[in-house]
Every structure is written in structure tokens, then in C-alpha cells.
Design a protein around this ligand. Structure first.
Ligand code: OGA
Ligand code: MN
Length: 205
């Protein structure tokens, strides 16, 4: 695991270098602790407005627990922690555009809660139903995650065969990867698994 960079410019350099090279990066604790806890508190306050996630969008949207079993809630500005998180992500967007000329124009994200046993089968984030997704991010919000609880994110090579990364959803970790290049899945866990999944998008034609 890479150490957290203190200077924000170094952190953005580190992320840009990793995306240009391997195409993915795991950061241990890039966001302030207070922000992580603000996001967890906000998530806990709105548990009852979560809805089962669907597969696909628009015309072909469907719910299918055999594919994904999480419940989601899209994030909007308003709550101070959510606003701070969205501002942090917007800074990241601009800094990555400056370094990599990606043309990222916005960021969409949702809380995701997986009940014990829920999973998300191997999939890609950029597909016909979600045009323009360029970079995927997942921030984990699970204090005291038990190493034996499962719930790992598994990232595969482009062919979907070789495992590249297996990451426990420990509190404060942020993973970023190129949406088109890495099929990935969420393994079932024995405890509640919470996160914010998000996508930087480019304008699709
Ligand atoms: C997703 C996803 C990964 C994770 O929401 O599309 O792949 O680790 N999430 O939660
Ligand atoms: Mn995904």
C-alpha cells in the first residue's frame, strides 16, 4: 500500500501516475478522519431512504438480486460532509484533467449498503447503459472492519481472468480505477458493508 501523501500536489501526482501506469490505485486514508465520520453519520441518518440498486439504466433498467444486492442513495450537495466530499472530488477531477487531459466533466456518486450475504457479480462500470464513465472511485465507510468478514472488492485484468487486486473495504480507503479497463466484483460479507461508489464522466457522443 502506498503511504498517504501529505502535500495535496504530491497526492494528485501519485494518483495521476498510477492511473497513467497500472490504471488503478488504492489510497489508505486520503480524506480527513472528520470527513469520513461526517459521511458515516449522514449515511446512518438516511438509511430508510435507500432503494435496491438496479442493473442498467433508462430503458433496460431492472432490479436483479442475482447480479447485485446493494441498496443505494445518490449523493446531493446539502449536508456539510457530503458537500465537502463532493468539493474534494471536484478538486481531484480538475487536478487529473490538468495532468492527464482526461476531459472529465462531472462526478456522480451514491452511497451503497450491502446487507450480510449481498454481493455484486463481476461487471464493468462503463457499458451501454452508463455512457461516459471514465474513472470509478469507491470510498469505504466501515469502522473496525473484521479481516475475516469477506466483502472484498476484486479487480480483474481486462479479459476478466487474472485477479489484480483484492481489497478489504476498510474505513477511509479510496480505490480509483479506469472504468472501461477493469472488470470487478464485490464478494459477499458476513457484516454490513458501506461505501460511496462514484464515477467521473466524460461527454459521450
Ligand atoms: C459498483 C462497484 C465496488 C465496491 O458499485 O459499481 O463495483 O467495492 N462497487 O463497492
Ligand atoms: Mn462497479
Amino acid at each position: 500500500m502506498k503511504p498517504m501523501a501529505i502535500n495535496p500536489d504530491l497526492l494528485f501526482d501519485q494518483i495521476a501516475d498510477a492511473l497513467a501506469g497500472a490504471g488503478f490505485i488504492v489510497l489508505d486514508q486520503p480524506l480527513p478522519d472528520s470527513l469520513i465520520h461526517g459521511l458515516i453519520d449522514n449515511l446512518n441518518r438516511q438509511q430508510n431512504s435507500f432503494r435496491p440498486a438496479g442493473v442498467g439504466r433508462q430503458g433496460d433498467y431492472q432490479r436483479n438480486q442475482d447480479i447485485r444486492g446493494d441498496s443505494i442513495q445518490w449523493l446531493e450537495m446539502g449536508d456539510p460532509a457530503v458537500t465537502e466530499f463532493l468539493c474534494w472530488m471536484d478538486t481531484l477531477r480538475l487536478e487529473l484533467n490538468r495532468r492527464l487531459f482526461l476531459g472529465l466533466f462531472d462526478y456522480e456518486c451514491h452511497y451503497a449498503v450491502y446487507s450480510p450475504g449481498a454481493f455484486y457479480q463481476k461487471h464493468r462500470d462503463a457499458f451501454r447503459g452508463n455512457p461516459g464513465r471514465k474513472l470509478s472511485t469507491v470510498l469505504y465507510l466501515n469502522p473496525n472492519w473484521d479481516a475475516m468478514a469477506g466483502g472484498e472488492l476484486v479487480l480483474y485484468d481486462e479479459a476478466g481472468e487474472d485477479e489484480l487486486l483484492r481489497l478489504a473495504p476498510e474505513c477511509g480507503k479510496l480505490v480509483i480505477f479506469l472504468s472501461e479497463d477493469f472488470p470487478h466484483e464485490v464478494l459477499p460479507a458476513t457484516q454490513l458493508r458501506q461505501s460511496i461508489a462514484g464515477w467521473f464522466r466524460i461527454k459521450s457522443t
